[in-house]
Design a protein around this ligand. Structure first.
Ligand code: BTN
Length: 261
């Protein structure tokens, strides 16, 4: 395991990335970030890896993390009411979509809660994990961005569902710059939660999604049901209307959804 520690990286209001731990190859940046959070490392600490051999995704899925991708996790220690914690994944998705749109002029959109999509193919995914520790609550946000890893090298089952920025742009991108710009954007959007501007955050998520008023398939545990995505609630829950007209709030890490074509 090869590790370098950068301190004093470009500062922003929330000091994201002031402590930056770079790894060549590790199990999962979320796992290492969690270990460091338990040891007391401060909010804003970033763990970055060139590749992960046990990368994890939402709903207990694995996350393919070869060289070329941008895989990193951020430690947060939010001092906000529990009702605002559920907005952190929403903020993470908004910041990722905004960064990609601004840097590369790509019309990516959000799929609830925070998948960044180009059409039906996923460009980036986010894994949020939180825990109440002795010295307060911490949240780990793991960002996985398919950057320079071509989808031609993906396992066959992922090839049709995934796309990378270099595939879309037909050129290599600067992943260090992408991460620095992303950290600045995330600091700004996360700041909306800290300063009680959550209503603006919810509005921004709705601007960046194309799934509202569309039919979706909701997978919950072993079952699935059809619904219409109606709205994003003020705490980040997705409001859906089922076929019998019932309104339901989806707010679970283990729910996944699919657009009905
Ligand atoms: C998903 O869409 O299922 C979430 C994928 C999250 C992947 C990132 S890569 C960096 C961080 N470390 C992990 O093990 N997972 C997240």
């Amino acid at each position: 395991m090869n590790l370098t520690l950068d301190s004093g990286a470009e500062r922003d209001a929330l000091h994201l990335g002031e402590i930056l731990l770079r790894f060549e190859s590790i199990s999962s940046t979320n796992d290492i970030a969690k270990r460091l959070a338990r040891k007391g490392l401060p909010e804003g600490t970033v763990v970055l890896a060139k590749m992960q051999y046990l990368g994890r995704g939402r709903a207990d899925k694995s996350w393919f993390s070869p060289l070329g991708g941008l895989w990193f996790s951020v430690i947060l220690r939010p001092r906000v009411p529990p009702s605002s914690i559920s907005l952190i994944p929403i903020a993470a998705g908004v910041s990722t979509a905004r960064t990609i749109r601004r840097l590369f002029q790509l019309d990516v959109v959000l799929k609830w809660p925070n998948d960044v999509m180009a059409g039906a193919r996923k460009v980036a995914g986010i894994l949020t994990e939180s825990s109440a520790a002795v010295d307060g609550c911490y949240v780990i946000i793991g960002f996985g961005i398919n950057a320079n890893n071509s989808c031609a090298s993906m396992p066959p089952q992922l090839r049709d569902e995934t796309i990378s920025l270099s595939d879309m742009l037909s050129s290599e991108i600067n992943v260090d710059r992408l991460m620095q710009e992303h950290l600045k954007e995330f600091a700004e959007v996360y700041g909306m939660i800290l300063t009680n501007d959550s209503a603006d955050l919810v509005t921004e998520w709705k601007r960046l999604t194309d799934m509202l008023r569309q039919p979706i398939l909701v997978y919950e545990d072993e079952a699935s049901f059809e619904a219409i995505a109606v709205d994003l609630d003020s705490d980040g829950a997705l409001l859906v209307q089922t076929e019998d007209g019932t309104l339901r709030r989806l707010l679970s890490a283990n729910i996944s959804i699919r657009r009905v074509k």
